[in-house]
Design a protein around this ligand. Sequence first.
Ligand SMILES: Nc1ncnc2c1ncn2[C@@H]1O[C@H](COP(=O)(O)OP(=O)(O)OP(=O)(O)O)[C@@H](O)[C@H]1O
Ligand SMILES: [Mg+2]
Length: 245
Amino acid sequence: MQINLNQISKYFDANKAILKDLSLSIFEGEVLGLIGPSGCGKSTLLRILAGLEVATHGDLEIPCEINQQTSFVFQDPALFEWRTVAANVGLPLELKGIKNSIIEHCVEVELERVGLLDAAHKYPSELSGGMRMRCSLARALVTNPKLLLLDEPFAALDEMTRDQLNQDLLNIQSKNKMTILFVTHNLFEATYMSQRVLVMQSNPGKIAADIPVSLPEPRCLDLRLTGEFQDSLKLVQAALREVDK
Ligand SMILES: Nc1ncnc2c1ncn2[C@@H]1O[C@H](COP(=O)(O)OP(=O)(O)OP(=O)(O)O)[C@@H](O)[C@H]1O
Ligand SMILES: [Mg+2]
């Protein structure tokens, strides 16, 4: 099962194409990083994939099963301050009308998975930035998505917290095999997390390079000290430099 974008274009006003003839295939279970200059259309592309935005031209082929099971994580964790952590995480299931006893169980499993079980009854204002993002991630995962879209999810976090969340996300993905597409400006993160790094160019936005990252899996943070990691990183850096000229 794969997602295909065929010659997608997006205009917010008639004179300027934000995305132009963008084509891309996303395969089941892949972890893809998406990088590119600010304003090139990365968030717009994610929003089209999530159905939050409609392409002006072109064709998005997304299997129904994936379409109905897509979660989106934004840079801002966007938690409801008056709801506890558990109630924030359970919200997507509440909205689906699922029974409370099932919600409680699913929320517990998810909080355990992201290491936030002890904070289940806290309110967002009592959490650190990293904990807020864990909560947001748990809320995205609680519906068991087949496609997880993340838009600069860890950009606001300190490096150690980001490393930890990168690792946690990879561990979760290695178990449930969901497809992940995440936007980042951090090339270390893009290289470390991804099986492919997509590099977007701007004006108009399209995929300029598609770089396979064939580093051993499962990945662990020490990998970043190795020569083979540095080689992959250099390829990604060079491709970004090429579009950022
Ligand atoms: N709803 C909208 N209405 C009009 N223009 C928009 C809208 N959303 C995005 N744009 C424009 O589309 C272009 C691409 O925006 P987008 O947010 O997709 O870029 P980006 O690659 O995610 O940038 P960044 O790295 O800064 O987050 C920008 O010029 C932006 O102003
Ligand atoms: Mg963006």
